[in-house]
Design a binder for this molecule. Structure first.
Ligand code: G3H
Ligand code: 13P
Ligand code: ZN
Length: 325
């Protein structure tokens, strides 16, 4: 069942975070849907309620352009038929105004992100407000962003600029957005922290205190970049540099401070890369795409169940279903 992120956030607020996972292709889609029902190696496995979780499927503009956006919609609709127990939102990640309108008009997306964070405050408010009006007319919810993450956001090269708590409150009020992505020290990609840095909980606490009660916050750039996966890639011929991400034990403390959505893309790419590199290293005569594809779907599903356990969303699916009535 496709729901809005608003419905998911209402259930999660202050207790746990919903995983927002980017997809680009079929294998990621199958692994993602399996993982959120606690299945691993096959679609036919029994649903594991203790591992089942609500989730958000994220589609970036890059993903929409990779093949054709209609393939993504068709895959997700099919996944919903194959896995009828799932509850999830379909969300546009880092949208421009134009991409938001396209998704709003498509009748498929239940949530869009307008990312005008690279504009100055008043312009960010104005653009976000326009998107909010169009989205709300159709019952679609809007995530906006204030502050800039380090690193590269699609084609926006940002320097770190943490969200100002006072501005966050004003932004929410003036723009009418339904959730707000905040910059609290993370960045996109595999190279987030050079030392022992982590999330800026001091800033997050101030933001939570400034915005309206129970207002959902979002954390981008939240992959944990597990050393295990980086090592597996490098042991199979990869050349990733020393990298680190958000420590998994920081997710729940962030959720307690109002973070309801945690964005994870890079970790999925690392799993994909490790599995494929190992597959070709270990079976150099193979040229069939299915053996690594099959291993990847299972590994990704398992990784998603792990992620949901550290986000606290594992085991919440049936309670979410009840809350939806
Ligand atoms: O924030 C960016 C996401 O990781 C999506 O990445 O634009 O390469 O699909 P992408
Ligand atoms: P990561 O690069 O840390 O996975 O972040 C993904 C993201 O924020 C998507 O919007
Ligand atoms: Zn992002």
């Amino acid at each position: 069942m496709i729901v809005t992120t608003k419905e998911l956030f209402k259930h999660a607020y202050g207790k746990y975070a919903i995983g927002a996972y980017n997809i680009n292709n079929l294998e990621q889609t199958v692994g993602l849907f399996r993982g959120n029902l606690g299945k691993v190696a096959s679609n036919e496995e029994k649903v594991d309620n203790a591992k089942s979780a609500p989730f958000i499927v994220q589609i970036s503009r890059g993903a929409r352009g990779y093949s054709d956006k209609r393939f993504l919609e068709a895959m997700i609709r099919t996944a919903e038929e194959v896995f009828p127990e799932v509850i999830f939102a379909v969300h546009l990640d880092h949208g421009t105004e134009e991409a938001c309108y396209d998704c709003i008009d498509s009748g498929f997306y239940s949530s869009v992100m307008i990312d005008a964070s690279h504009h100055e405050f008043a312009e960010n408010v104005a653009i976000t407000k326009k998107v909010v009006e169009r989205a709300h007319d159709k019952g679609i919810v809007v995530e906006a962003e204030l502050g800039q993450l380090g690193g590269v956001e699609e084609d926006i090269v940002g320097s770190v600029c943490l969200t100002d708590p006072g501005q966050a409150a004003e932004f929410v009020e003036k723009s009418g957005c339904d959730s707000l992505a905040v910059a609290i020290g993370t960045s996109h990609g595999a190279y987030k922290f050079s030392g022992k840095q982590g999330l800026r909980f001091d800033v997050l606490e101030k933001i939570q205190a400034a915005v309206p009660k129970d207002f959902p916050l979002v954390m981008h750039g939240s992959s944990s970049v597990p050393k295990e996966w980086v090592d597996r890639i490098n042991n199979a011929g990869g050349q990733l540099g020393a990298s680190s991400g958000v420590a998994e034990d920081q997710y729940l403390p962030a959720a307690k401070l109002g973070v309801c959505k945690i964005n994870i893309d890079t970790d999925g790419r690392l799993v994909w890369c490790a599995i494929h590199r190992e597959s070709f290293r270990d079976d150099p005569k193979n040229f069939d795409l299915r053996p690594p594809g099959k291993t990847f779907m299972a590994a990704y599903a398992e990784y998603i169940t792990h992620k949901n356990s550290v986000l606290g969303s594992a085991g919440q699916l049936e309670s979410v279903r009840k809350s939806l009535g």
